[in-house]
Design a protein around this ligand. Structure first.
Ligand code: ADP
Ligand code: MG
Length: 350
């Protein structure tokens, strides 16, 4: 979907590097108090006063992490920002700035980069963050996009992966598995399209799943909700690779075990329907699918009443002694050992 709606194709060589950077970045405004200097100098200058600075970075490669045949560039820009902001949220911090670095081949006209940057701009507005810099260069093949997110938090607010205690409850935000099934739907439609390009897909039944895949949101709201409830998670991580592997991370780093209950997993009705259609087990999808960008965290048992009944949260299990291992307790009350079978980008390359 590199073709722009208005069919115009302005070669990026025409603008030159500086013209291009200027053209793409002039739309960004500074709104954060901590941003002293943004784009335009050799480096940005930030001031977090007495707060801690949180930094996370991500690298996205065309053909490995995204496929432009069904991922519109505007969505890619939005998603790239959202997934980085999600990492800051997973530290219980507030995202404040990003830098954006791109490498593009001459296959991309200016209009394509405008689309990409419009997605980045919309996400930045949505999350209230400043774009403060980046780098722009050429690549021999394809698009490479790297975003670094910066955030702030008081030292005592930061939540790490290693703080879960043996009797803590395991909580997940929103619902899980939908982004993975959204990808399955898109992959299927792509194959149908390749066979018959005149076949316009009817995707109405799948809108929620596809949106979860193409336009995931970072849970920037969770920090505030938890603060109001006066809950500080003991450990936290965001769900990028899949529930199973994120649980393993929390357990390994906190030296605890875990029981997760199949009947508690929060699944959207659309996900359940589509799993039936695809003949895939919805629990497997919920456990191993990825890219939901929900938050997974543990709380002390005594905080349960504060969170009970809140529609944002589902208690899906509890931590145990490390020696008890990490298990899924099925509806039939059997225990299955969990393995990290998430989306391992490296294993796909083998
Ligand atoms: P330098 O030569 O020092 O790397 P550049 O000419 O590459 O500087 O960049 C000029 C300014 O534009 C810098 O402030 C840089 O951070 C910013 N910039 C460059 N590319 C991007 C981009 N893709 N997104 C946002 N800001 C960018
Ligand atoms: Mg540069």
């Amino acid at each position: 979907m590199i073709e722009d709606k208005n069919q115009q194709r302005t070669s990026i060589a025409q603008l030159g590097e500086f013209g291009l950077i200027d053209h793409l970045t002039k739309q960004f405004e500074i709104t954060q108090q901590s941003t002293i200097t943004g784009i335009g100098d050799d480096a940005a200058v930030l001031d977090f006063k007495d707060k801690k600075t949180i930094v996370s970075t991500d690298l996205l490669i065309e053909g490995v992490h995204f496929d432009l045949s069904y991922m519109p560039l505007k969505h890619l820009g939005y998603k790239a920002v959202a997934v980085n902001v999600s990492d800051i949220c997973a530290m219980n911090a507030k995202a404040t700035q990003i830098t954006v670095s791109i490498a593009v081949s001459n296959r991309f006209p200016l209009e394509a980069l405008e689309e990409l940057f419009s997605g980045i701009a919309i996400a930045s507005k949505t999350y209230g963050i400043d774009v403060i810099g980046g780098d722009t260069t050429s690549s021999q093949k394809g698009l490479i996009l790297s975003i670094t997110a910066i955030g702030e938090a008081n030292e005592d607010e930061i939540v790490y992966r290693n703080g879960a205690g043996e009797k803590d409850l395991l909580v997940v935000t929103g619902d899980i598995g939908a982004a993975y099934m959204g990808l399955q739907v898109l992959e299927r439609e792509k194959q149908v399209f390749l066979v018959n390009p005149n076949n316009q897909p009817d995707l109405d039944e799948y809108t929620y799943l596809i949106e979860r895949q193409l336009k995931p949101e970072a849970r920037v709201d969770v920090r505030e909700i938890l603060e109001k409830l006066e809950i500080k998670p003991t450990s936290m991580i965001d769900i990028s690779d899949g529930l199973s592997s994120e649980i393993m991370h929390l357990c390994k780093q906190s030296n605890v075990g875990c029981n997760v209950f199949e009947e508690k997993l929060p699944l959207d009705p659309q996900l359940i329907n589509v799993c039936e259609e695809f003949n895939i087990d919805s629990t497997t999808v919920a456990i191993n699918g990825g890219e939901d960008y929900e938050l997974l965290f543990t709380i002390k048992m005594e905080d349960y009443d504060k969170l009970k009944g809140n529609p944002n949260f589902t208690v899906i299990g509890h931590m145990t002694q490390e020696s008890e291992g990490i298990h899924l307790v099925t509806r039939a009350n059997t225990k299955i050992e969990l393995k990290a079978r998430g989306w391992d980008a490296m294993s796909e390359e083998k």
